[in-house]
Structures are given as C-alpha cells and as structure tokens.
Design a protein around this ligand. Structure first.
Ligand SMILES: [Ca+2]
Length: 264
C-alpha cells in the first residue's frame, strides 16, 4: 500500500510535468478541480495505508484495517440479512466489522445504508417476516406459527426482536428480579423486557396476577422505572416496570409481559 502511494506520487509528477509534441503540451489537460480531487484521494490512500498498522482516521472515521488483516471471520460471516440487493436494518452481525471500524454501531450502519437507498426497513410484521421467514412454507410464516418450536409464535418473535428460526429463552427478552427502590430503600419485584422502539402495531402490557389465572391489565399495580434504555441494535429498547405492592406485605403477586397485535 505504501509502495502504491509512492509509485502514484511519482507517476502524478510525471503526468503533471511532462510535455510532449510540437508545440509542447501537457500529456493531459488538467484543471484545478483535478488537483483537489487528487489530493483527496492521496490523503485517503495514505490514511488507509496508516490504518494497516493500527487505528487511523480515514474519511473522518477511525478505521483499523490491521484488524481486517488478522480477522478470522470471512466477509460472508460479516454480511447482514439481505432482501434482494438491500440489507435488513440492524442485522449486520458486528457493526464494527471485527474492530475495523471500532466506533461504528447498528444505527450508523443503518443511516449509511438508508442514505444510499440500500436499507430494508422492518416497520411491520410483513416486512420482518419476508426477511426472517423467507423460504419457510406459508403456514410457517403465519403470525401464529412457531417454526422453531420455542413456544413463541412468530408475532412474539417479531415483537421481542428474536430469531424465529432459532429457539429463544425467556431471558432473551424478559428479566425479573427484586430490586431496591431508591425512593424508600425497599425491595420490589421488577420486570424488564425488550420492545421495539417503533411499535405502532404492537401493544405491550405488563399484567399482574394474584393466582396465575386472572390477570390485571390496567397497569394500575405497576409503575415504569426510569426511561427506556436503547439497545445497540438501534431498533429495540429495554423498559422496566416495578410492582407497586411490597413483597414483604403481599402474599403472592405475579408479573408477565403480554403482547397484542394491533393490526391483525
Ligand atoms: Ca418461535
């Protein structure tokens, strides 16, 4: 790479300074814009060359091509889910490409693809299913189907942003624990779950029960704890709800997350 830069610089000087013919004229007619363009290319090439030794700023982005050289991952493994020539939003397995672009994120990758018209946005169950259930039978693509037999139907997989083709466990989208409420220093039951940031067609309700047979869906027995925390995938967030009843004075309470399809 460094050799290429040096050879190019020599060639460039030759092209600029050599005159030929009679009357003697330049080999090419060069305008000031060509020199500006050349300088940009040269600067980029030099920074790419530096990044082969470690992190360098290439085009305003910290880039480390030395990681690319030593990466054990194939380019195929780094590709997002593709629909035609578009990449499905937030499915790049590692948005830093194994450390080559250390500051990159799914949101950044999505933004870049979107600007180039190459992003396949998942805004509805239909677009999600056409990417993630592609190749499945029509029956297996239905909202109520469960092709990976993990007891979560496809609509639930979509709502919690899970993989409908690989078995998921509760912990992948929901965590419950006793946690201290700083307001009174006491421990309460909390439920945290993953939900889509854009969720116009999904309702997520934290239901409470005393007996596991009847459920209170008014949300009057719970309160949200803090603001939702965005996930690195750029399309989901984690939100936490606290049961208002104190465990020490309540016989039994159960919490669960229920999802409803608002666009059946
Ligand atoms: Ca499933």
């Amino acid at each position: 790479m460094q050799n290429a830069v040096s050879i190019y610089t020599t060639a460039s000087n030759y092209v600029r300074n050599t005159r030929t013919g009679n009357p003697r004229i330049h080999l090419y007619s060069l305008r000031p814009s060509h020199f500006t363009e050349e300088q940009k290319v040269l600067t980029t090439t030099q920074s790419v060359s530096q990044s082969l030794d470690g992190p360098a700023v290439v085009g305003g982005e910290t880039t480390d091509f030395s990681k690319f050289v030593i990466s054990s991952k194939s380019i195929r493994e780094q590709l997002p889910v593709l629909v035609g020539n578009k990449a499905v939003a937030s499915t790049t397995p590692d948005p830093t490409f194994d450390g080559v672009i250390p500051n990159s994120s799914q949101t950044r990758v999505n933004d870049i693809l979107r600007k180039k018209g190459l992003l396949y946005e998942v805004g509805t169950f239909g677009t999600w299913a056409s990417a993630f259930l592609k190749g499945r039978s029509l029956a297996d693509q239905a909202k109520g189907a469960d092709p990976d037999k993990d007891m979560l139907n496809n609509f639930a997989e979509y709502a919690f942003n899970l993989n409908p083709n690989a078995s998921s466990a509760l912990k992948h989208y929901q965590v419950s624990q006793l946690a201290t409420n700083v307001a009174d220093g006491k421990n309460y039951l909390q439920l945290s779950f993953t939900r889509r940031i854009v969720r116009t067609e999904i309702s997520y309700i934290v239901a409470v029960s005393d007996n596991l047979s009847t459920w209170d869906r008014t949300q009057l027995q719970v309160q949200q704890v803090g603001a939702p925390q965005s996930n690195a995938d750029g399309i989901t967030e984690v939100v936490t709800y606290r049961l208002l009843a104190l465990p020490e004075v309540t016989a039994r309470k159960f919490m669960r997350i229920e999802i409803t399809d608002l666009a059946p």
